[in-house]
Design a protein around this ligand. Structure first.
Ligand code: SAH
Length: 368
């Protein structure tokens, strides 16, 4: 399916149409009119159909009235970090589900947007706020794409643009494989949003069958694996998915991926104090990584409200990195951004829910 068709399929479905054909015939729209709508969203980053100046005014009104809109997500909370480098949004979807996305403005002109592929997550990683909340539903390609479009619009007002998109928000991208691939096509379309594939990263808990499928896509999109532990015993405790796809199978899939694509695999390793951050873990991790086209990214942990895990102190993270480095493993420590606005996966939704509960409790008191 072409990007324009993917976008239209989603936009008209949200308004209750069976397909783009039904929508087009309702308003007697020629294909170029449909392309104008898509262009207005993907390239001009417009907010509402009423702004699409290429369409006659009466047509704009008619389209808007039937419920077809350029935006699939509505921002309901925006939080800016004190250093102003991180902006976190909580979006409401049409059916009331909520997802989060984060914009990070790095020094220089690099800007990264972290987007969600699902409302909730089914994989229940022990340290992750989203995982603890359970799974609600998949996002559509349009809902995923629109999170990036929202931030692109904000940046455009300051003559900036998104340089990188990472699928590291809520949800497991490979558990919503088709919509994520469609969203990648929308992000990448040279006639639309125009973000290069090499600037897109998909992060997965390690679904082996999907890694193999992804290797066959002939894309230049980066693959990141959430590893977090170098042994099956520890990884199964932190990530239940490891019982289904143990380390041996996961690492074999990564090797097949590198063999087929010649592309590097990135491994994320969140540093949990006293859990996975000692020298023995570092050595074990080095053994898994050494000699392959792999790169380890150590992630400082953002503590979550349940307080089950604590963050490894920075000095210890650097010691851990030094052990990997000494073993000739490529390693970086992720720059921590937005800790003061709880910018890790699922944290904003958690906060808003707690506030709502608190408000409800307060309301109840007033009533009584
Ligand atoms: N399901 C995918 C993508 C979403 S999570 C995956 O697991 O890769 C994106 C990354 O953020 C993962 O590596 C995840 O383990 C990490 N993460 C989750 N909660 C975190 C927290 N509280 N602090 C730091 N990183 C966290």
């Amino acid at each position: 399916m072409k990007p324009v068709e993917i976008w239209l399929r989603d936009a008209v479905a949200r308004a209750g149409f069976q397909n783009a054909g039904e929508f087009a015939s309702r308003f007697d729209l020629k294909p170029y009119r449909l392309r104008q709508l898509y262009h207005a969203a993907a390239k001009e980053l417009l907010d509402s159909v009423s702004e699409v100046s290429t369409l006659p005014k009466a047509l704009r009104t008619a389209i808007a009235e039937c419920g077809v809109a350029l935006c699939a997500v509505e921002p309901i909370t925006l939080q800016r970090s004190r250093d102003e480098q991180t902006l976190k949004a909580l979006f409401r979807l049409r059916d009331g589900n909520e997802v989060e996305a984060v914009l990070m403005e790095h020094y220089g002109n690099r800007t990264t947007v972290c987007i969600s592929s699902q409302a909730g997550c089914a994989f229940a990683c022990a340290f992750c706020a989203t995982g603890q909340g359970g799974f609600n539903r998949n996002c559509s390609a349009g809902e995923i794409f629109d999170q990036a479009r929202f931030f692109a619009r904000l940046l455009a007002a300051r003559a900036k643009r998104i340089t990188n998109v990472v699928f590291m928000g809520m949800g497991e991208p490979f558990h919503n494989y088709d919509a994520v691939m469609d969203a990648v096509a929308l992000l990448n379309d040279p006639n639309g949003f125009g973000l290069g594939q090499r600037h897109i990263t998909i992060s997965t808990v390690g679904l082996v069958d999907k890694i193999d499928r992804f290797a066959g896509e002939r894309l230049q999109v980066n693959l990141a694996i959430s590893l977090h532990a170098p042994t099956d015993e520890l990884r199964s405790r932190l990530m239940p998915v490891n019982r289904r796809f143990p380390l041996g199978e996961l690492m074999a899939a990564c090797e097949r991926y590198v063999g087929k694509t010649k592309r590097k695999v990135f491994f994320e390793y969140v540093m949990l104090a006293g859990v996975n951050d000692d020298a023995a873990c570092a050595k074990e991790l080095a053994r898994l990584m050494r000699g392959h086209l792999y790169h380890v990214n150590l992630i400082p942990y953002n503590t979550t409200p349940d307080g089950r895990f604590a963050a490894t102190p920075d000095a210890r993270i650097w010691e851990f990195a030094a052990i990997l480095d000494a073993a000739d493993v490529a390693v970086t420590v992720r720059q921590n951004m937005g800790r003061d606005i709880a910018a890790a996966c699922g944290q904003l939704r958690g906060t808003v829910e707690r506030n709502r509960t608190a408000r409800r409790a307060a309301d109840a008191e007033t009533v009584i």
